[in-house]
Design a protein around this ligand. Structure first.
Ligand SMILES: *Cc1c(COP(=O)(O)O)cnc(C)c1O
Length: 235
């Protein structure tokens, strides 16, 4: 227990929440409609405890093995884990047990396996479809063109519920430069909502990280995924 560090996380969380609220109000949005996903990948369970004590309740993780360990260590807390990393189909059975929302579904193969595993444990698994708006080779996600078809196909899977879209734009130090990507994701979400696909909702837009979350909020983000600003640099 290091009180200095404890205070650090608490103060940083408050500062982030203040910035989220200010960004929402500055564009006429209700701050309550923007949820913070505290990205805790590579950070110890103790950091999650401290952030939880300070008011964070959703934690984003990228790696299944690490998530299994933390989930076990933090069983006593009533917190919610979201998966935001690249998910392999052979890890789907672990993912459905741990995560309330999986942000990164980007293929029908993965969706089918998640559906199969969710059925086994009698769960409706909430998911987002990850879209590679910038079409960078290095990023996962379906293209904008493929997204509607994938959402439609997933809509037929009984144990998955599509809640919206997620994107990870190219990294820029200038938030202004990522705005077009956020805008494109919002337009795509509006388009898919207009298709009125049964059992598909487009309520959530997962976009915005430490360097650009205010810009993302201006473009309609409902889930901002923030790691560094809260937990510090990852080594
Ligand atoms: C690591 C990660 C984040 C958090 O990034 P920060 O810049 O540390 O806020 C957000 N989203 C995804 C998908 C990530 O992998």
């Amino acid at each position: 227990m290091t009180p200095v560090n404890n205070e650090g996380i608490k103060q940083r969380l408050q500062a982030i929440r203040t910035r989220i609220d200010a960004a929402a109000l500055s564009c006429g949005r209700n701050p309550d409609h923007i949820r913070l996903v505290a990205v805790s990948k590579t950070k110890p369970a103790q950091d999650i405890r401290e952030a939880f004590a300070a008011g964070a309740d959703i934690f984003g993780e990228n790696y299944i093995q690490e998530s299994i360990e933390k989930h076990e260590l933090l069983r006593d807390l009533n917190l919610s884990f979201h998966f935001i990393g690249h998910l392999q189909s052979n890890k789907a059975k672990f993912a459905v047990k741990i995560f309330d929302l999986i942000h990164s579904v980007d293929s029908l193969k993965l969706a089918r396996e998640l559906d199969r595993q969710a059925e086994k444990i009698n769960k409706i698994q909430n998911i987002l479809v990850q879209v590679n708006i910038s079409m960078e080779q290095s990023k996962s996600g379906v293209s904008e063109q493929e997204a509607s078809d994938l959402v439609r196909d997933i809509g037929c899977l009984e144990h998955l519920s599509v809640k919206g879209l997620m994107t990870l734009p190219p990294f820029y130090n200038e938030p202004e430069k990522v705005k077009p990507y956020f805008k494109a994701l919002r337009k795509l979400s509006d388009h898919i909502r207009g298709l009125d696909i049964p059992s598909v909702r487009m309520d959530e837009l997962s976009m915005g990280m430490t360097g650009d979350f205010e810009a993302a909020i201006h473009e309609g983000s409902t889930l901002v995924r923030i790691g560094t600003a809260l937990f510090g640099d990852r080594s």
